[in-house]
Design a protein around this ligand. Sequence first.
Ligand SMILES: NC(=O)c1ccc[n+]([C@@H]2O[C@H](COP(=O)([O-])OP(=O)(O)OC[C@H]3O[C@@H](n4cnc5c(N)ncnc54)[C@H](OP(=O)(O)O)[C@@H]3O)[C@@H](O)[C@H]2O)c1
Length: 256
Amino acid sequence: MTQNSERKIAIVTGGSRGLGRNTVLNLARRGVDSILTYNSSRAEAEKVVALVAEAGAKAIALKLDTGDAHGFDPFVDAVKQALADLGAAERFDYLVNNAGTSHHNSIEATTEDELDMLYNVHFKGVFFLTQKLLPLINDGGRIVNLSSGLTRIIVPGSAAYGAMKGAVEVLTRYMAKELGPRRIAVNVVAPGAIQTDFSGGMVRDNPDLNQRVAEMTALGRAGLPDDIGPMIASLLSEDNRWVNAQRIEVSGGMSI
Ligand SMILES: NC(=O)c1ccc[n+]([C@@H]2O[C@H](COP(=O)([O-])OP(=O)(O)OC[C@H]3O[C@@H](n4cnc5c(N)ncnc54)[C@H](OP(=O)(O)O)[C@@H]3O)[C@@H](O)[C@H]2O)c1
């Protein structure tokens, strides 16, 4: 297998906590440097930078609100500076569109503001951030978008969130088609319920919910960040170079 010996660089949005953090750390273990973004958790992001250094790789944390597309041009400038600070070439290799927030409300009660927030963070942000970063992604690079098991498993109260993630799944296939000529592979990872801070940490901290998730999961427990980060790091690697335009559910077999 031809493995490019040149050091790879990833941009991981929402790398300060949860699945993004775990992905950055697993990329570091594979020798991949990262530019990770945080929105509100600067201190957490700096801790991730320190852990990456302990793993023998390099990382820089940049602030980014993925729900505010007006901030994307200045972010691209900050990325160019960060690439220089990492001692890298002018481009990076992997983009992980991970940042996201939860939402629980019925179709009847969801407000326009709630829907707009979800659209901005989970779809518009992914669309335009990718667009703005495309000139900086190396040909032959890879993109992973984050969806959710909730596009397949229908849980009342998750209509708006699930539909936005569904849109990201469709967008993923279009990205794969349009970026194919540049040999950029694009896949979407759909985690099941994972024990992070997501939704106020309820899968991790609510024993009843944790048990319910375990019972509906073939492998018999709720997911952990360590079930997802290594998978994404692997998906970005040369080992999975022929995987393209796929929705890959990583849920331990939830609701099968
Ligand atoms: N955990 C699950 O059960 C689960 C299941 C399926 C899919 N997912 C998806 O996986 C992704 C990561 O979830 P997680 O569990 O890691 O969540 P998490 O632990 O709550 O972490 C969310 C991350 O996203 C960042 N973020 C949130 N809103 C942002 C915004 N407007 N702009 C920029 N960054 C923002 C946060 O940054 P700051 O802390 O710095 O603000 C944080 O780094 C999300 O897309 C989520 O929808 C999660």
